[in-house]
Design a protein around this ligand. Structure first.
Ligand code: S3P
Length: 777
């Protein structure tokens, strides 16, 4: 054989080794796992020789004939001499006998004292116990392991050399294990594509009892229950997909599972007892017609089942194929139509938060089913709130009252959402229980001390991470702190609605009054929604106060369309030719209409009609037509009122006549990306002249006397969005004045605020093709 070099390091020299990892691997048991590992070792050239022991002679003969094995036998002594790795891949109950053979081989000098002895069994404590009984003093090469991989079929013929690729292998290093042994076994598993997780045996057995052994036991048991029914034929005849799906694993090998249940007896019985209690509780909910609790349980389970892969991997909740997706956009010139924009993100977050804390039921319509708001929704489900939906933007929240939240069993995952993390911190700082808040890579870089510091002034115990005070955040519950929060008067250094809202929400539980003074007006959805839920809020100019100890009362919330999402299409119509768009029932809360004011100052043709109120928020249809924009100095007081709209306003400014200057917008540097730097980089790629300043940007508009928006402003090119949704959508809009194709990389986060953006843009005349990460791979 010719061993390949798999970039294996020589552990003594730390240099790439030209030798295979092992001289001779001896696999005991050529079932699915043993034979697959042998095949993977063979294919990757990880051992100079492979030998096997199996009582089933045809497998050995075939293995040798097919060139997989260099030798094989039914007896260990025949082939083991010179092995430096022995892999035990026999049923758990047979392992002790194998140990006896290995000890004899060791005593007879057939294998060295430091030969690695590992296994692939599903239970670990009993394997260690069996080894102790045989060896008395455990060999330094002994290291139990468990690859979490399998397949429907079993046996030698079902082997697959990629069986372990992208799967986990748990390695249970023992105090007696030599460190080099652990490192070499890790190298082996990684070389066959697995990721290695170190874990102690007891924890392994407990986790596997819950995640693998219990489900198998239940599946066998349910089939048995139906099979032993009087009229079992009828039962099976009418057993539909659910029964088949649930019991698929009951077709596995009974002997193997028998052995596992017995070998892991105490952990399996523990898991079974816990499950029996759970079943009894569900039984009681059904008997008592407790629909709220039952829906809570089912809804939480459904969300957990749908999302657990994403939570584990810290990836978005929605379509994973969209990970590292790109937009490929051909230039188009005109947009027309009447469209509905999805619900407001800020209001959607707050509807879940206040609805959950209210007494009674809250019915929400127009909820934004984007990643960010879903993160908030999941967090409250994790804290025991029953939330039905979302179904086409509708939700029913069964409020638990001000003191009804329960501690989450896992850290609360906030995804990409700064609003979720900052507002929730205020709520959680006041709860009796401890909490941990985590986010995705981008959120974990954003400043959290801006809320943690004032919360501490209120008496909160909250720990951020690292020197720059970022997430994860650990919050100590009031039961452990011993005192309630205290109201404070806080002068906010920046006009941030998130900081303001965080403190006002904490203030609902604080002793006395909490007052926040903001340097400029920022969005006031928290204040409005608190009032709508019957909680008194005192607004005096830029000072907002709440008194602790009040109640919230659930009701109906209609979430208007998000003006921040509408902004992309407003600019799209303004910069393109022969265009007219009407965006229906968009929220025009005066703390959010900076985009309209700024576009009007730039001489955009915008009209509002059908003005009315929806759930305490003003809304209107916004019509916007092709416009001859002019460059302006953006008034600083409008900055907080258009804080999320600057990326697309920079695109508008590029198409305007003359220079646009933005100042007082340092906050843009700490959004989902540094929006000043990232937008400047993209605009320059497309040929726009712009200068970055500390707190803003100067953009030289490209249109000279272009009355009908006919000339192109942008070239084509490749834009990197830095996984910032608003950067991606802004450059998509630029394609309306581009001479060539624009590709935008990293658009999957568009789902955080505007699911369906590309479809809607295409509907009005733009030409966006979405290429998923999988397509481009
Ligand atoms: C938001 C406030 C703003 C905004 C964010 C949503 C909110 O953040 O950028 O998208 O819902 O309160 P800041 O408070 O950090 O300005």
């Amino acid at each position: 054989m010719s061993p390949q070099n798999n970039n294996i390091l020589d552990l003594n020299t730390s240099k790439p080794s030209s030798q295979p990892l092992f001289k001779q691997v001896c696999v005991i048991g050529l079932g699915l796992i043993g034979a697959s590992l042998a095949q993977a070792i063979k294919d990757k050239g990880l051992s100079a020789r492979i030998v096997a022991v199996d009582r089933h002679e045809p497998s050995i003969v075939e293995g040798i004939e097919q060139g997989l094995l260099d030798a094989g036998s039914g007896t260990l002594n025949d082939v083991v001499t010179g092995s430096d790795l022995i892999v035990i891949a026999v049923p758990v109950q047979a392992v002790q006998t194998v140990f006896v053979d290995i000890k004899a081989a060791m005593d007879n000098g057939l294998i060295a004292i430091d030969c690695i002895i590992t296994d692939v069994c599903s239970t670990k404590a009993n394997i260690i116990q069996a080894a102790k009984e045989v060896f008395t003093i455990l060999p330094i090469g002994f290291i139990p392991a468990h690859p979490i991989a399998g397949a429907e079929d079993s046996g030698y013929h079902a082997r697959r050399s990629d069986l372990f690729s992208n799967h986990s292998v748990i390695i249970c290093e023992l105090p007696t294990t030599d460190i080099l042994v652990t490192m070499r076994l890790k190298q082996l598993w990684e070389a066959v594509g697995a990721s290695v997780i170190p874990m102690d045996a007891e924890r392994h057995d407990k986790i596997l009892a819950h995640t693998s052994h219990l489900p198998h036991l239940l599946a066998f048991n349910l089939v048995e229950q139906l099979a032993s029914h009087d009229n079992n034929l009828d039962m099976f005849r009418y057993a539909a997909g659910g029964f088949r799906d649930f019991t698929r694993i009951a077709a596995s090998d009974p002997k193997m599972w028998h052995d596992i249940f017995v070998a892991n007896k105490s952990a399996v019985v523990g898991a079974l007892d816990e499950y029996s209690d759970y079943l009894q509780q569900v039984r009681t909910l059904i008997i008592n017609n407790d629909s709220t609790a039952l829906m809570g349980l089912l809804g939480r389970a459904q969300a957990a089942r749908r999302h657990f892969d994403h939570m584990l991997a810290s990836t978005p909740y929605t379509d994973t194929s969209a990970m590292s997706a790109s937009y490929i956009i051909s230039p188009s010139q005109t947009v027309t139509g009447t469209i509905a924009i999805p619900g407001d993100k800020s209001i959607s977050h707050r509807s879940i938060m206040l609805g959950s804390l209210a007494t009674g039921v809250t019915h929400v319509t127009g909820f934004l089913e984007g990643e960010d708001a879903l993160a908030t929704l999941q967090a409250f489900r994790d804290m025991g709130v029953t939330i039905e939906g979302p179904d086409k933007g509708e939700l029913t929240i069964h409020g638990v009252g001000m003191y009804g939240l329960k501690p989450s069993k896992t850290p609360l995952y906030m995804g990409n959402s700064g609003t979720s993390m900052r507002l929730l911190s205020g709520i959680l700082a006041a709860q009796r229980f401890d909490s941990v808040l985590i986010g995705d890579t981008s959120l974990n870089k954003r400043p959290m001390e801006r809320i943690a510091a004032p919360l501490r002034e209120m008496g909160a115990v909250i720990r951020s991470t690292g020197t720059s005070g970022t997430a994860p955040l650990s919050i100590t519950g009031r039961d452990n702190v011993g005192t309630p929060l205290q109201g404070i008067h806080y002068d906010m250094p920046v006009a941030s609605a998130q900081v303001k809202s965080c403190l006002l929400l904490a203030g609902l539980w604080a002793q006395g009054t909490t007052t926040v003074t903001q340097p400029e007006i920022s969005r006031d959805h928290t204040e409005r929604m608190l009032s709508a839920f019957g909680y008194p809020v005192d607004v005096d100019g830029n000072c907002i106060s709440v008194k602790g100890g009040g109640q919230l009362t659930g009701g109906n919330i209609a979430v208007p369309a998000d003006i921040s999402s509408a902004a992309f299409f407003m600019v799209a119509a303004a910069i393109s030719k022969n265009s007219e768009l009407t965006l229906t029932q968009v929220g025009i809360n005066p703390t959010r209409t900076g985009i309209i004011d700024i576009l009007k100052l730039m001489q955009a043709d915008i009209t509002l009609s059908n003005e009315t109120h929806v759930g305490g928020e003003p809304v209107a249809d916004i019509t916007i037509r092709s416009s001859n924009l002019i460059g302006i100095n953006i008034p600083e007081h409008l900055v907080p009122l258009a804080i999320d709209e600057f990326p697309v306003l920079f695109v508008a400014a590029s198409c305007a006549r003359g220079r646009t200057v933005l100042t007082g917008a340092k906050e843009l540097r700490v959004k989902e990306s540094d929006r000043i730097a990232v937008m400047a980089e993209g605009l320059q790629t497309l040929g726009v002249k712009c200068t970055v300043t500390d707190d803003g940007m100067i953009i030289e508009g490209q249109s000279t006397n272009d009355r009908d928006n006919a000339h192109t402003v942008f070239g084509g090119g490749h834009i990197v969005s830095h996984h910032d949704h608003r950067i991606a959508m802004s450059f998509a809009v630029a394609s309306l004045r581009a001479s060539e194709q624009i590709t935008i990389e990293g658009v999957e986060t568009v789902n955080t605020s505007f699911p369906g953006f590309a479809e809607l843009a295409t509907q009005i005349g733009m030409a966006i093709k979405v290429q998923s990460g999988a397509d481009s791979a």
